[in-house]
Design a protein around this ligand. Structure first.
Ligand SMILES: Cc1cc2nc3c(=O)[nH]c(=O)nc-3n(C[C@H](O)[C@H](O)[C@H](O)COP(=O)(O)OP(=O)(O)OC[C@H]3O[C@@H](n4cnc5c(N)ncnc54)[C@H](O)[C@@H]3O)c2cc1C
Length: 401
């Protein structure tokens, strides 16, 4: 999503753009997510600090977090940075910068959705956080009011009866829901990226297969090998999502990056779920998709190439069955992807500090699908040298020295 949107925005500014991917656009992380364009996600996801929660995580209880010892060891320094930046005072600073990007999520997607003719993939009916206990519901309803005041995020609190009426697939009463009204949902996230890539090609862009590992400085510019031969350019943008860290290390950069892996599986519920929902006290999402009802899991701290361990999926499935009849899982292996995260919870967008003509656009963590178009716009504005839609300073790659 991020690379394709960056290509589109550069193209709109008159650059001659080649989009290079080792596969096809929209076939990796941007395919397997929950498909939400999250106008409500104005606060980045902090490291949970409640002692009970952390004990559950350490002991492998609950469905929200799972970890591999190798992952925690490899990413330990970045995770400590994440804990540090999650302190309420520093989290408030991150929120100020994060919310400025999220504010553009819908309007920037809307332009591409319209131009790409992708309305059929997008529902604009919101997203529910559902709550099992009245205490959690009350707290969330208060937080929603606070976000409305501070960031203009619209929502509606629904009591138990209103929720049951809105979502008849729920087969037991819940305490209530916060219905985020401006969040959009995409029923085939990979297909949306493909439509954006088709738009790029229809407007004259070149889409080639090639490996970023072959990227090299050449003269005053950059070159990369593709199946159609070498491509030379004055400027190159790296938008490799969760693979970015592996590549920038070869250039000598050590940024505090880490991954939160996540899984999905599709089901065939007899009663359709109308709108996506987060089981907020248990930490998984149910999202209606073209393929079926998609269940997505929370965070797994593990290396990108470690074998799949879908224990959270099994736990989340059992929890989801407490609320709705999921029906049978589709006969497919669970999908596995990784959220590309940064210790200070802000994406990395801007010029590579020690490589003229090279630009970074990655680290959009839990909201890369949401932020793709605005991330592309901001990066293209910087490359072009025009006034930017938001101040790019908080996302600068230079902040890591
Ligand atoms: C379970 C789960 C649920 C999520 N739900 C949501 C959600 O509802 N809403 C939301 O906004 N975000 C969500 N996210 C986060 C979101 O999916 C990511 O932030 C986003 O997809 C990242 O996009 P990207 O373009 O940076 O990375 P990717 O989509 O992974 O794209 C990276 C691209 O780089 C290419 N590439 C990698 N290495 C090379 C190489 N060496 N050479 C050439 N090409 C290469 C890949 O082929 C790929 O096309 C979720 C993530 C997960 C895991």
């Amino acid at each position: 999503m991020v690379g394709t949107c960056t290509a589109l925005h550069l193209q709109q500014r008159g650059f001659d753009v080649t989009l290079v991917d080792r596969g096809s656009p929209g076939q990796e992380t941007s395919l397997g997510n929950a498909g939400l364009i999250q106008r409500e996600a104005v606060e980045p996801y902090p490291f949970p600090r409640e002692p009970g929660f952390l004990l559950d995580v350490a002991l492998g209880r609950g469905a929200q977090v799972h970890w591999h010892a190798r992952g925690v060891w490899q990413m330990g320094k970045a995770l400590l940075g994440y804990l540090h930046h999650s302190h309420p005072m520093r989290h408030a600073v991150a929120t100020a910068a994060y919310s400025r990007l999220i504010a553009y999520a819908n309007s920037e997607h809307d332009l591409f959705i319209a131009a790409a003719g992708a309305q059929d993939l997008v529902a604009r009916e919101g997203f529910r956080f559902v709550f099992r206990t009245p205490e959690a519901f009350d707290k969330a309803a208060q937080r929603a009011e606070d976000l409305a005041t501070r960031f203009g995020v619209r929502s509606q609190a629904e009591n138990s009866a209103q929720l049951a009426q809105a979502e008849p697939a729920l087969h037991r009463p819940l305490a209530g829901a916060v219905h985020w009204l401006d969040t959009w949902s995409v029923n085939a996230p990979g297909a949306l990226v493909q439509r954006y890539a088709d738009l790029f090609v229809a407007r004259g862009g070149r889409l080639l297969k090639g490996d970023a590992a072959s990227l090299q400085a050449q003269g005053a510019g950059w070159s990369v090998q593709t199946t159609q031969g070498p491509v030379h350019a004055q400027q190159a943008v790296l938008a490799l999502g969760p693979w970015s860290d592996g590549f920038i290390r070869t250039l000598g950069y050590r940024f505090p990056l880490f991954l939160k892996r996540g899984y999905h599986q599709h089901y065939t519920p007899p009663a359709p779920v109308r709108q996506p929902m987060l089981d907020a006290e248990r930490g998984y999402v149910l999202a209606p998709m073209q393929r079926g009802l998609r269940l997505t899991t929370g965070a797994e701290f593990a290396p990108i190439d470690a074998p799949a361990t879908p224990v959270q999926l099994a736990k989340a499935e059992a929890l989801a069955r407490e609320l709705i009849d999921l029906g049978q899982p589709l006969p497919e292996s669970p999908w596995l992807g990784a959220r590309p995260c940064v210790a200070d919870m802000l994406p990395v967008m801007g010029p590579a500090p020690r490589h003229p003509g090279l630009w970074f656009n990655f680290g959009h963590a839990h909201q890369g699908f949401t932020m793709g178009p605005v991330a592309g716009r901001l990066l293209a504005e910087m490359v072009y040298g025009e006034p930017t839609c938001v101040d790019p300073t908080p996302y600068s790659p230079g902040r890591f020295g």
